[in-house]
Design a binder for this molecule. Structure first.
Ligand code: HGY
Ligand code: MN
Ligand code: MN
Length: 398
């Protein structure tokens, strides 16, 4: 099987035009947005041209299905609010290119998928969580984004495209090509990463509610200042995590809503996202206890209200040995001594899909280790090497 690098790159750059940010190669293509749906309609036309049956399920997961049992390749085409052009997109277009090349060479049957809301506008890898049975659709429909829009409302925008549920039993495995989104390959100068396992994640909203008041007349010792509560909470968990975490554990307060967010008003309420990730489920649980206990301690000490939103989470997963072996053999053939195995610190749809079939992943480098930013990029030679390794692994699996 020989991939057509020119055709692959042309489609990859065309996908970038949907939600082009106008800043570098960045994209703004959140789940169910106009550019996201337009991109999915274009991808559907490319899947159809590749001889695949187009199917879109009720969450907006887009499939190009081959006849009979097939290997599923793909990723996601929605982006972060300010996203990179390759995160997810690379895996979808690489999958399409391998599906086309395999069909042209009379090779194995390959189906393609672009999952919806992997970037978690509403939850955590929401589209593949529903498709894999991890999250009931009725539960997903209740999830809301930071502006209060629900999945039920958002997905209605593409309801007319839905062809109904897509049966996962027709696929005997899933392989996802993705950018590393971290510094390892960039710093080592290697071209390919074969993933060993994907970390687990926990994500929930925390609310402190005190007393909104005048910023000039309210003495410091009488304040019930929500920002100060969050600041004290953050300082305490950083201290208390010390003897629980390892150098690869991460935790992030990435989204903060301060109310009423005005210079001359003591903030009465703060709602913030608390997310933590690690390869060990037990460590995630110990961190959760520290988070909950510390928040309660801060709220009590400051006589404030405390509320935890629903906690979303995915467990750490190991990649399938046989699929991973084919990726390693292909990497050694195509990028001899320029590849390594490594864990994934980023979450991927493969985590959900691993509940219903064997999965594996491979990475190409991110320049400067940057991702989830308009500067995200990868050398073209590395993009092509990634697709070639994916295609070779598919041939080896037969
Ligand atoms: O956050 C993640 O790890 C993924 O890129 N959405
Ligand atoms: Mn991604
Ligand atoms: Mn991402």
């Amino acid at each position: 099987m020989k991939i057509n690098a020119e055709r692959f790159l042309m489609d990859l750059h065309h996908l970038r035009t949907f939600g082009d940010s106008g800043v570098g190669k960045g994209v703004i293509r959140p789940a169910y947005s106009e550019p996201d749906i337009a991109a999915r309609k274009w991808l559907a036309s490319r899947f159809h041209d590749a001889g695949l049956r187009v199917q879109i399920d009720e969450m907006g997961n887009l499939f190009g299905v081959a006849d009979g049992p097939s290997l599923l390749l793909g990723s996601h085409s929605d982006s972060q609010p300010t996203g990179g052009w390759l995160d997810g997109a690379l895996g979808v277009i690489a999958a399409l290119e391998v599906a086309r090349s395999s069909r042209e060479a009379g090779g194995p049957a390959i189906s393609v998928v672009s999952f919806q809301d992997e970037e978690g506008r509403f939850g955590v890898t929401t589209g593949s969580a529903v498709w894999s049975g991890h999250l009931p659709l009725a539960e997903a429909d209740k999830l809301v984004d930071h502006t209060g829009v629900s999945v039920a409302t958002a997905r209605h925008a593409m309801a007319d495209l839905s062809t109904g549920p897509v049966d996962s039993a027709q696929f005997h495995g899933f392989i996802e090509l993705h950018i590393e989104q971290g510094p390892t390959l960039d710093q080592s100068g290697e071209q390919i990463g074969v993933v060993t396992d994907i970390v687990g994640i926990r994500d929930m909203k925390v609310t402190f509610e005190g007393q909104q008041n005048h910023a000039g007349t309210t003495p410091m010792h009488l304040r019930k200042d929500a920002f100060q509560a969050m600041s004290a909470f953050n300082t305490l968990i950083n201290e208390r995590f010390r003897n629980v975490v390892t150098p690869s554990t991460v935790w992030t307060i990435g989204h903060v809503s301060l109310h009423p967010n005005a210079s001359s008003i003591v903030p009465g309420k703060v709602v913030f996202s608390m997310q933590w990730r690690d390869g060990d489920a037990d460590r995630l649980a110990r961190m959760e206890k520290i988070i909950r206990d510390t928040a309660a301690e801060v709220a009590d000490a400051r006589e404030m209200m405390l509320n935890f939103g629903p906690m979303l989470g995915l467990e750490p997963v190991k990649m399938d040995v046989q699929l991973r072996g084919a990726l390693e053999a292909a990497a050694q053939e195509i990028a001899p001594e320029k590849w390594r195995t490594l864990p994934s610190g980023a979450l991927h749809d493969a985590t959900n899909v691993s509940k219903i079939m064997p999965v594996a992943m491979l990475f190409v480098p991110s320049i400067g280790g940057i991702s989830h930013a308009f500067e995200e990029d990868t050398d073209e030679a590395d993009l092509i090497a990634g697709v070639e390794v994916l295609a070779r692994a598919v041939s080896l699996l037969g």
